[in-house]
Design a protein around this ligand. Sequence first.
Ligand SMILES: *Cc1c(COP(=O)(O)O)cnc(C)c1O
Length: 367
Amino acid sequence: MKKSPHRPTRAVIDLSAITYNLEQVAYHLPQEVEKWAVVKANAYGHGAVQVARALLPQVDGFCISNIDEALELRNAGITQDMLVLGVSDVQVVDLALRENIVLTVASLEWLERLKQTGQELTGLRVHIKVDSGMGRIGFRNASDINQSIASLTEAGSLVEGIFTHFATADERDESYFYQQLNTFKEILAEVEDCPLLIHASNSATSLWHQETIFNAVRLGVVLYGLNPSGEVLSLPYELRPALQLETEIVHVKAVPKGACIGYGATYEAMEEEWIATLPIGYADGWTRDMQGFAVLVEGERCPIVGRVSMDQITIALKKPYPLGTKVVLIGSSHGKEVSATDVAVYRGTINYEVVCLLSDRIPRLYP
Ligand SMILES: *Cc1c(COP(=O)(O)O)cnc(C)c1O
């Protein structure tokens, strides 16, 4: 979608909050642990290039979900190590070699397909993915891993790391987490030529399971100042949310009792009311189920009344405000706060999805 910078709707990103969050997490980890910043999905909507540049001095590398996301960073002049977390098309190996991008190897079948392409594998850097119970991608037994490592090494590739991913590190019940941890450890014990870098910790594991860190962590949502568990577990230390979603009132009016607002005429004024219109809608990632939620106008909570349209929403005001009055949809205003987690809870989802879904139409500003 086309970025729309001439509209007052914007996501203001505080990069100093992101570097602060990394410092906070790093302070609570053993010093020698490598820190990899997860900047996939445009750094969870915060802007991958800007976030990566800000974090450069503090991290050992970046994780992204696919090679195109890695290339975006390379093209921006970022030279640090980059690990593609997902399964890549076997055809991208040339590109990975040329751009020095580390790929994930998640199955023997993929490796065999790769070999069939006849591409040169000398110098290709890879990490092995272990499926210890997440059930998405990865090897589920050590013998396939051993076979893969032998085959990759023979082809001149560099098997630099091995990793897994936890399904429940953000939950109160720890039993499945420890089951996965044991599975990973059992597999590692049987790996003959174990790669040097071993990593299992996402944000939640880094926050609440520090005893299980191997020698690197993959930090995603914590960097953006969001609690990976939403409202389930409380943060062990302070993090600063980095994203503020703002817009301005572009239209305001008094409507008489009985006036209806929006598609479907789902809202009817019970008395004379002040209604303001804001230039943001579901095409911006402010989804239709946000009807009834509140936004902040000078610290005052004002409900979204009527349906959320593609490009506009309507809110009820306690009193008239002039055009151009700032409205905060995520963030703080006059000491009041609406967090991405509040939005997520209202919507029945997780804060990750709220920030990731903010569309490209919204410019990201870095004051
Ligand atoms: C997205 C992702 C992460 C980061 O997760 P957070 O919960 O945001 O820290 C780490 N590892 C893998 C494999 C991922 O896909």
